[in-house]
Design a protein around this ligand. Structure first.
Ligand code: 26V
Length: 800
């Protein structure tokens, strides 16, 4: 299709007429957005429809990425960029006197994820399409995404994220491809023709209706599919023959119950993890996705034995781990494959990615719940466990050993164990994380199946995180090294030659300043706080969690506050500390830290003796679109988790790509960032994983004793309970001195020193700029295109 300015203009006219029976220019701004987005959707639809041909389904291996979360962010602009229509659309907007940025405000934001894991899934979809891998997403179409955060009196208040309220242009409902999901009931096994056939009676059926979202590849005519399932009651229409008010209200109740399944995304939270509705969600989308994949392949005449050559299923964390048992169920009960063959097929098809080593985040389900909700699937899990345990027993002749790896123990199912036993590949998301998996968390499994374990360091898509979010930097890079880096971000490396080129470095500095101005304006609009664009923008944005140590950052700010007040000769380059973070609704400590940041902020920002040096800003309701403004406008990226606890981190890579320097611990992908850019171009501090391991083993960390030798820090900590900040922060105080498992105080001094070092280097503008350029140059290594190529080759058996 040849798209020209004229064509877009005439399509806008046509679509306006069809949708609103009006001339385009006579419609409202919001309607104009919808018309425009519909026209763009039309352009991509041709290739979307053709995807089957493109990929020669049945001949080329397909990948299905199963994930409970896809944190997509707004899609209009990235679709335009990937379709190669950016310049043309700009021209059209100019001609019509319109503004694309204004249109973007009306673009719905699917925030269907909690944080890193969901955003990674979105970056992976973008990369699979862009490098031409037939990879599709499978998830849930939640009516409500992650809660909306408001800050009232410095505290987090949660509200619903009604992201669908004005519709979502990019999706297409595919009712005719709906699937039936069975819950509850009883199973009896009946022997017929040599097979044990399960007879399922008394079950409830929920209808899973698919909504497809196009995933547009970058300039390559590929459009993949993200399929999100919505839960509905079966048979939407009422039976008017048997209609009476009694059955009507019963139906209403059933409808409400059924639709609850896809009502909302759970905020990751230990207290929520045991909820039945969450388990229902997991089985719901796993079953819908697998049934649709199998029925599609069966219709194409592909036999189960050929499934491993035809498709691969990537399990994103343990949330879709029921895939293993459900796939077995389909193969055995519906396709009549014998157990042993079905098991071999399952293992070849499935692969599992682990995203956390935090024990409280490891999914476990009580067998009573599973047995009741999905009785047949439970029987299969039991059988998988029985066979696996027998094998392990045969190998070690030691029941203790068996119990360490058992899938079912103490009447709970360990979902990670199920995922490992049923997959041919298990991967961590950074070198350090994978090492911890094989040496510690899954050590016993590594001994059993060393060949299954591998590392795939996370990545980010430069299309959203540079081309879209930092247009000025994109253009400058084009001018200096040409355009080819956009297809191959590894070529950003060419920028390294310019790290000593003063005029180039000044341009980089100029772009940063412009982005800081945009961010400053945004901060003003969001918080009413005025910030100085010449100060260092020091940014800490991610979920609020103990291990991410926002607390260490705010303690450092309190420390500076005191120094400024007490030391007449105090000086530093002014700094603006920027935070944005959502806390899980039931995570009390995290919520208190939000309150503390806001309270300290009020004190600092209102005190003229202090605010000439430091200011503190908390931007409410962190989201993908806010990240797209915050990250390009930052100078310093805070990646200060307790070593060993952040599996990878991905915002670290986004900041790097946008020319912010990192202050970080040797944790997750920071380790590899240091390797890539060299230790002189990153600010690493703090205890390493192995050192912390020793401290834990010897139990040699005593915060109270530690504070005795650090009087200044002690005063800071005491301020948490002496009323300086208004509220009661004694819970944070107690957390810090009662053997804090995140070692905040232990790493504090080196953190402080590193900030002092940064202060000095920042004043040497040439040095700083040259470090910035080196970081941008090496950031291409962390492109998710690289990551996906490795998944394709080493896990999915696809050579691209
Ligand atoms: C889950 C939970 C649930 C229970 C309460 C506490 C808690 C804390 C963390 C989590 C994490 C869930 C998995 C996750 O999002 N992991 C993140 O995955 C990213 C992509 O691989 C990775 O970059 C982050 O380091 C990792 O935390």
């Amino acid at each position: 299709m040849n798209i020209t300015k004229q064509k877009i203009l005439s399509d806008l006219k046509k679509v306006a007429m069809i949708m609103f029976t009006k001339e385009f220019i006579d419609t409202s701004k919001e309607d104009q957005y919808e018309i425009f987005a519909t026209v763009i959707k039309g352009y991509l639809s041709e290739n979307w429809l053709k995807k089957n041909e493109n990929y020669r389904i049945g001949k080329e291996k397909q990948v299905y990425y199963f994930s409970l979360e896809f944190l997509l962010g707004k899609m209009m602009c990235t679709n335009i960029i990937n379709l190669g229509l950016e310049d043309l659309c700009m021209e059209v907007m100019d001609e019509l006197g319109l503004d694309l940025d204004e249109f973007e405000k009306y673009d719905a934001e699917p925030g269907l994820g909690n944080g890193g894991l969901g955003r990674l899934a979105a970056c992976f979809l973008d990369s699979m399409a862009s490098i031409g891998i037939p990879g599709h997403g499978c998830g849930i179409r939640y009516d409500y995404g992650l809660f909306e955060q408001k800050i009232v009196n410095g505290e987090q208040i949660e509200g619903p994220d009604n992201w669908l309220k004005n519709g979502f242009v990019w999706e297409t409902k595919k009712s005719h491809e709906s699937q039936r999901i069975k819950f509850y009931g009883e199973i009896t096994l009946k022997e017929t023709e040599g097979y044990l056939t399960p007879i399922h009676t008394g079950y409830e059926t929920i209808l899973a209706v698919p909504y497809d979202i196009p995933v547009v590849g970058y300039n390559n005519k590929v459009v993949n599919n993200l399929r999100l399932w919505k839960a509905q009651i079966q048979g939407n229409d009422f039976d008017f023959n048997s209609f009476n008010y009694g059955t009507f209200s019963e139906l209403d109740e059933q409808k409400r119950k059924a639709e609850a399944i896809s009502k909302l995304l759970y905020p990751d939270d230990a207290t929520e993890s045991g909820r039945l509705l969450r388990l229902k969600q997991e089985y719901f989308f796993v079953s819908a996705g697998l049934q649709s994949i199998v029925s599609y392949n069966s219709k194409k005449g592909i036999r189960p034995s050929k499934f491993p050559e035809t498709f691969n299923i990537q399990i994103n964390d343990t949330h879709p781990a029921l895939c293993i048992a459900e796939f077995m169920r389909i193969l055995i009960d519906e396709k009549k494959v014998y157990w042993d063959e079905a098991w071999e097929i399952t293992k070849k098809v499935m692969s599992y990615t682990n995203h956390t080593i935090l024990t409280e985040a490891m999914e476990k389900w009580e067998i009573d719940k599973v047995q009741k909700l999905i009785p047949r699937v439970y029987m299969i899990i039991e059988e998988i466990n029985r066979r696996f345990c027998n094998k392990v027993y045969q190998k070690y002749d030691d029941w203790d050993r068996v119990m360490e790896v058992a899938i079912i123990k103490d009447r709970v199912i360990n979902m990670a164990h199920l995922a490992i036993v049923g997959s041919h590949s298990i991967n961590g998301v950074s070198k350090l994380h994978t090492e911890i998996l094989t040496k510690k968390i899954f050590k016993n499994f590594y001994e059993l199946y060393p060949e299954r374990f591998n590392n795939k360091t996370n990545g980010i898509t430069h299309r959203r995180w540079l081309l879209k979010s930092n247009k000025a930097l994109t253009t400058l890079i084009d001018d200096v090294i040409g355009y080819s880096w956009k297809d191959d971000p590894n070529l950003l490396e060419k920028l390294a030659e310019f790290s000593q080129d003063r005029s180039f470095c000044k341009k980089i500095e100029g772009i940063k300043l412009e982005n800081k101005k945009k961010l400053a304006k945004f901060i003003w609009e969001e918080t009413g706080i005025e910030v100085d664009v010449n100060s260092i923008f020091d940014t800490h944005v991610k979920r609020m969690h103990g291990y991410k140590r926002q607390l260490m950052n705010i303690l450092h700010i309190i420390y500076l506050y005191r120094e400024i007040l007490e030391d007449k000769d105090f000086t530093m380059h002014p700094k603006t500390f920027i935070f944005s973070a959502k806390a899980a609704p039931g995570y009390y400590l995290a919520k208190r830290i939000i309150k503390l940041i806001n309270s300290v902020g009020n004190l600092v920002n209102d005190d003229e003796r202090v605010n000439k040096f430091i200011r503190v800003v908390f931007i409410p309701n962190y989201s993908v679109s806010k990240a797209q403004i915050i990250i390009p406008g930052s100078d310093l990226s805070e990646q200060i988790s307790t070593a060993g606890m952040e599996a990878s981190g991905t915002s670290n890579m986004k900041f790097m790509m946008n020319g912010a320097l990192t202050i970080g611990t040797l944790d997750g992908a920071n380790v590899e960032m240091k390797e890539a850019v060299g230790e002189e171009n990153i600010f690493i501090f703090g205890l390493e994983y192995k050192e912390l391991k020793e401290i834990r083993k010897k139990q040699s960390y005593d915060p109270i004793k530690f504070l005795e030798t650090n009087p200044k820090l002690k005063t800071v900590v005491e301020m948490l309970r002496d009323g300086t900040f208004g509220g009661d922060f004694s819970s944070i105080y107690s957390h810090l001195i009662d053997g804090d498992r995140y070692f905040v105080l232990k790493d504090f001094n080196t953190y402080l020193e590193t900030h002092r070092k940064i202060d000095k280097i920042y004043r040497d503008r040439d040095k700083w700029n040259s470090m910035v350029v080196k970081n941008i140059a090496k950031s291409g290594y962390f492109s998710s295109d690289n990551t996906i190529r490795k998944y394709a080759k080493e896990i999915w058996g696809i050579d691209n």
